[in-house]
Design a protein around this ligand. Sequence first.
Ligand SMILES: C[S@@+](CC[C@H](N)C(=O)[O-])C[C@H]1O[C@@H](n2cnc3c(N)ncnc32)[C@H](O)[C@@H]1O
Length: 205
Amino acid sequence: MIDFDSKARLWDGNPVFQDRANKIAAAMQAAIPLNTNMRALDYGCGTGMLSFPLKDALGHITLKDSSAGMLEVLREKIAALGVSNMTVRQADLSSQPLPEERYDLIYTSMVLHHIPDTAAILAAFRALLNPGGRLCVADLDQEDGSFHGIEVDVHHGFAREELARLATAAGFADIDFSTVFEIIKDTPEGGTRGFPAFLMVARKR
Ligand SMILES: C[S@@+](CC[C@H](N)C(=O)[O-])C[C@H]1O[C@@H](n2cnc3c(N)ncnc32)[C@H](O)[C@@H]1O
């Protein structure tokens, strides 16, 4: 399990993460007509990198993450910018009962591979959406485990057909995938390797 608390203070210093968030935000805005009546959930928000570029296009955003360290940095950013349409909550939907609130849009970036039971988290997202609500999942395409290193116990990305099958079984329709970015990492051999990532957009049936 990765200790995100210890990574939180350095997170925003990584330009690749910011570039990734900006590309996902642009792809979401191209795929879904966002509007300021919408209430959204950013699940596994980290320091909120994906929500800041979307905040003016949405009515309200609830940002949830299991890492107190990430949320501490996020709260400081919200205060520094004087953002008034964001609420921050520490939460883990994979181990806690579902809350009462409902959303028009749920988005989650680079989080699903950290959650062991994909079917269960998709079912939780569906339960938290209003009728016709949209889900956006950005994550790695299936890889061989070298993205995190084999000692880290996470999903090795996702095969798109398998994730679409799980999303359909969880009660989503109109499932669409696009490639949104590629993370370039150094290899132990001294070269580089690209890890493509997708945006999946789906609608609650
Ligand atoms: C790779 S980071 C991505 C952060 C952010 N979405 C971004 O794109 O910059 C993964 C985030 O998911 C959070 N996370 C991992 N497992 C979680 C869980 N079960 N519930 C909520 N958050 C979780 C971590 O604390 C971390 O902030």
